[in-house]
Design a protein around this ligand. Structure first.
Ligand code: SF4
Ligand code: SF4
Ligand code: SF4
Length: 267
C-alpha cells in the first residue's frame, strides 16, 4: 500500500513536472506522496497517531509554505480565481488532484489526512459527535455560492491587483474558518461540525467520493453487529452497509477509526 500510494503521487509529480516544465511539481507531489506513504506505513505498524502525523506534515506544508510563503490561495476562492484567469496552475491543479478527480480513487482522503482546517479542529476534544446530525447541511451551498460571487464580483468590477486581494482573502478566510469551525465544534460538541455543515469544498467532494475506489467495506460473515464502529465514527457513516447509498457514505474521511475499533476485524 505505501509503495503503491507513493508511486501514484510520483506519477502525478513527474507528469506535471514534464508537462508544465516546472520542477516545483516534482518536489510538491513527491513530498505529499512521501508523507501519505509514511502515514500508511505507520498505520500498518499500528502507530495510533499515524493519521495525525500525516495531517500535520501535509497541512502545515500547505498552509505555511504554499499559502503564506509562496502566497498561493489554495482556498476555494483561489480555485475560482485561477479558473477565471484560465491558468491551470497551483490552486486549480490542487483542486483537480485532491478535490475533484482524486476523490474518484481515494474518496475524501483529503479531509482525513491533509486539510489544514481539520488539522486544527481535530485537536479539539469532541472526537465523536455528541448528538445526531443537524439538518443544516444546506449551509455548505451558501458558502460555496458566496465564494464564487466574491471572486466573480472582483472580476466584474475590474478591481486591480487581485493577486494581492487573493493573498489577504486566504489569510482572512483561514482566520474565519478557524474561528467559526472552533465555535461550531464547541456548540455542537463535534470536532467535524464545520466539515458537516459549512465547508464549501464538500459541494465538490461529496458527489465525487460517491464513486470512490478506496472505501470501507464490511465482511458480514465476521461482523457481530456490536455497533462499536458506528460509535467511534466522527462522520456518522453507516460503514456496515456495503452499498454506495449507505447513510452518510460520502462523508467518510477514511480516518480508519472504525477499522481500529472493530473487535472482529470485519472492516
Ligand atoms: S470538509 Fe472541508 S474543512 Fe473539513 S476536512 Fe474536508 S476540506 Fe477540510
Ligand atoms: S470511522 Fe470509518 S466510516 Fe467513519 S469516517 Fe472514519 S473511516 Fe470513514
Ligand atoms: S465493530 Fe466490527 S463487529 Fe462490531 S458492528 Fe462494526 S463491523 Fe461489526
Amino acid at each position: 500500500m505505501p509503495v503503491l500510494l507513493f508511486l501514484l503521487f510520483e506519477s502525478i509529480a513527474v507528469a506535471l513536472w514534464l508537462t508544465k516544465n516546472n520542477i516545483f511539481y516534482l518536489f510538491n507531489f513527491s513530498y505529499i506522496g512521501l508523507s501519505l506513504s509514511l502515514g500508511v506505513l505507520l498505520f500498518m505498524r499500528r502507530y495510533r497517531h499515524a493519521r495525525r502525523v500525516v495531517q500535520l506534515l501535509v497541512g502545515l506544508y500547505m498552509l505555511l509554505y504554499l499559502g503564506l510563503i509562496c502566497r498561493e490561495n489554495m482556498q476555494i476562492e483561489g480555485f475560482w480565481y485561477y479558473l477565471f484567469t484560465g491558468v491551470f496552475e497551483a490552486a486549480t491543479i490542487h483542486y483537480a488532484v485532491a478535490k475533484i478527480f482524486g476523490p474518484l480513487i481515494f474518496g475524501r482522503g483529503w479531509c482525513g489526512y491533509a486539510c489544514w482546517t481539520a488539522m486544527v479542529l481535530d485537536f479539539l476534544p469532541y472526537k465523536t459527535p455528541a448528538g445526531p446530525r443537524k439538518p443544516i447541511g444546506w449551509l455548505r451551498y451558501v458558502t460555496f455560492a458566496a465564494s464564487l460571487v466574491f471572486v466573480a464580483a472582483l472580476f466584474l468590477a475590474h478591481v486591480g491587483n487581485i493577486e494581492r486581494i487573493m493573498f489577504w482573502a486566504f489569510v482572512g478566510g483561514n482566520v474565519l474558518y478557524y474561528a467559526v469551525g472552533i465555535a461550531l465544534a464547541v456548540v455542537c460538541k463535534d470536532n467535524r461540525a464545520f466539515c458537516k455543515y459549512l465547508c464549501p469544498v464538500t459541494v465538490l467532494l461529496k458527489p465525487m467520493s460517491y464513486f470512490s475506489l478506496v472505501r470501507i467495506t464490511c465482511n458480514k460473515e465476521k461482523c457481530i453487529s456490536c455497533g462499536k464502529c458506528k460509535r467511534v465514527c466522527p462522520m456518522d457513516v453507516d460503514m456496515t452497509d456495503n452499498s454506495r447509498r449507505r447513510q452518510n457514505g460520502t462523508e467518510c474521511i477514511l480516518c480508519l477509526e472504525c477499522v481500529k475499533h472493530c473487535p472482529k476485524n470485519a472492516l
